[in-house]
Design a binder for this molecule. Structure first.
Ligand SMILES: [Zn+2]
Length: 284
């Protein structure tokens, strides 16, 4: 009898202890559940959706290279980027970056959504040149709020179209930008080309990238810049607007061909690497 009671008394004590442990665990679980409902995770997906308010990707490593890197970009959605530049560059295996004014997609003489999609599918970056190409520094009636929406809304449009690779890469219209604007738009951009001209040293300062416009310079001059970037192992951002014989913002096709032939040959012999802005800022 003595043993019987002692045995069952022990079981009752163990059962009681288990109940207490179970209650504590349950309370702890409810507590953690309540906590997670009140404080949802702060990370959010930036891969889809039309209304993205989350921060743009920022690399947590320095952008370095042991050889020159070149980006070939085009401003303002000119239709000749698709008809002239794209096929010529495709033949050489070169990918470019389009800085598009998102409100002008599909406009007269401008790149259509389908054309941009085709270029995106081939690995081009489709990037941010604001919603309406306003001067962020001196546009009439410009406010901090308008600056932010010009950049944020354009980025959201690119993401809504599915062009996530490049949506965070920014280029200010008229090459006008300052530190205050960079501060305002920082949550929505990964990189920014500035009004600065010239070549860039590694490690790159992604939000202060200098760039060189082909403008009306002959190919020999542009090629001399490329040679300098190779010699000094620098980053060169070369930009055009349109490709065509008209002059002005149109760079002559045969001269454009000379430049990209030279770039492709230098990439083949290992002197440089051609990267889109997305590839550049993601260390790809
Ligand atoms: Zn522009």
């Amino acid at each position: 009898m003595h043993n019987f009671f002692r045995k069952n008394g022990g079981n009752i004590a163990v059962a009681g202890l288990l109940s207490i442990v179970l209650i504590i665990c349950t309370l702890d679980f409810v507590d953690r559940l309540t906590d997670s409902m009140n404080n949802p995770p702060k990370t959010a997906s930036i891969t889809s959706g039309a209304n993205q308010n989350v921060s743009a990707y920022k690399p947590d490593f320095p952008i370095l290279s042991d050889k020159a890197i070149i980006t070939i970009s085009f401003d303002d959605n000119g239709g000749t980027v698709y008809t002239e530049a794209f096929p010529r560059m495709e033949k050489l295996g070169l990918k470019g970056t389009n800085y598009v004014i998102t409100n002008n997609i599909g406009g007269k003489g401008l790149l259509t959504k389908d054309e941009l999609q085709e270029m995106y599918d081939e690995g081009w970056s489709i990037s941010n040149h604001t919603l309406r190409h306003i001067n962020l520094v001196s546009d009439k009636g410009i406010t901090d709020g308008r600056v932010v929406s010009a950049v944020k809304d354009a980025r959201n449009r690119l993401i809504a179209y599915g062009w996530t690779n490049g949506a965070g890469e920014f280029c200010a219209p008229f090459d006008t930008i300052d530190e205050h604007i960079l501060f305002l738009i920082d949550p929505y951009i990964t990189s920014s080309t500035s009004s600065q001209k010239g070549l860039n040293d590694f490690p790159l300062d992604l939000t202060h990238i200098s760039r060189q416009g082909a403008g009306e310079n002959p190919p020999e001059v542009v090629i001399s810049w490329i040679d300098e970037a190779i010699k000094n192992k620098q980053y060169m951002h070369l930009y055009f607007h349109q490709i065509g014989p008209q002059g002005g913002l149109y760079y002559p096709p045969e001269k454009f061909q000379k430049i990209i032939d030279y770039i492709a040959a230098k990439e083949r012999d290992g002197s440089l690497k051609v990267k889109t802005m997305h590839e550049l800022s993601h260390g790809l």
